[in-house]
Design a protein around this ligand. Structure first.
Ligand SMILES: [Zn+2]
Length: 307
């Protein structure tokens, strides 16, 4: 049987929120089978649990925000991406503020934390959402067109194309495909950082956003060049970060997908719309488990794969 996974032990991280600039502590704890990934706001008078579901996403400007009632957690996509990449099903994430710390702007610190705590197999089958027919969402036309699509696939792969008319981005690959059965998430995707332009950063700061942002946790570019002293971590770091984000956004659905995702200029809003579109069409998917791991997609049965 392909089993659910949680952490072996508790692990902690401290950092600042990208937008709030606020100090925040995270405690990642093992959770029982079938719990899913649950954020717990432990700073509120009564702790509030926010489970990961497509409808938990309540704001997608700049980052993916999830909420229950009045309690929210912003910028969940990078830690959710690490959980998707390492195949973690069940986890409590205790958090002391309303934003996940940005750390280095990628998912690699989360991958390191999760790997250090270790992965434990649980006595329940992993439940996947298998996509049975294509589902697509589109927005805009011409130069503003963006779309995202899920199609049947025995495994999980993502193909993303960005279209940034910027000297630095143009010089890099703007399209990338990542297949979880073939590639290695920690090596190929997790280190890609979020990115921004100095003009945008100045504007966002004037609106009280990106207060925790800087060269330590983002690729920052002016009109001509990357300002970070170390340059890029991958030649195609921009599009790889979009794949990292998409993996996180899609994992909010609560279960791993068996599908091929492809997207053109998609973002947090369209990714969430795609999940809702899928769930709205009950004949477009089914929930499956693998009693015989040989029936599972290549590599899905090996913990070491994603590492
Ligand atoms: Zn991101």
């Amino acid at each position: 049987m392909l089993q659910q996974r949680t952490l072996k032990s508790i692990t902690r991280a401290v950092g600042v929120g990208l937008h709030s600039g606020q100090r925040v502590e995270l405690t990642l704890r093992p959770a029982p089978a079938d719990t899913g990934i649950v954020f717990r706001r432990v700073d509120l008078p009564e702790p509030v649990d926010i489970p990961m579901r497509a409808e938990s996403v309540t704001d997608t400007r700049l980052a993916s925000t999830v909420s229950t009632g009045g309690a929210k957690v912003q910028t969940v996509e990078h830690i959710m991406s690490a959980c998707a990449g390492l195949g973690l099903d069940n986890l409590y994430i205790d958090i002391t503020a309303d934003e996940v710390p940005i750390l280095d702007g990628s998912a690699s610190s989360f991958v390191f934390l999760l790997q250090s705590a270790g992965i434990e197999l649980q006595k329940a089958p992993r439940r996947f959402i298998r996509v049975l027919r294509p589902v697509e969402v589109r927005e805009g036309e011409g130069d503003n067109l963006k779309w995202a699509r899920l199609e049947p696939y025995h495994g999980f792969k993502l193909s993303f194309e960005i279209d940034f008319d910027h000297r630095v981005v143009n010089a890099t690959g703007q399209r990338y495909e990542f297949d979880l059965s073939v590639g290695q998430y920690a090596r190929d995707i997790a280190r890609a950082r979020t990115f921004g332009f100095t003009k945008e950063v100045e504007y966002m700061r004037s609106k009280g956003l990106a207060l925790g942002g800087g060269l330590d946790n983002a690729i920052v570019m002016d009109d001509h060049k990357v300002l970070n002293a170390g340059g890029l971590r991958y030649d195609d770091e921009f599009v790889k970060h979009k794949i990292l984000d998409a993996m996180g956004d899609l994992y909010i659905v609560g279960k791993p997908l068996l599908a091929a995702y492809s997207a053109f200029r998609s973002g947090h809003a369209l990714n969430n719309k795609l999940l809702r579109e899928l769930l709205a069409q009950s004949d477009a998917y089914e929930i499956v488990t693998f009693e015989d791991t040989r029936q599972a997609p290549h590599g899905f049965g090996e913990i070491a794969r994603a590492w």
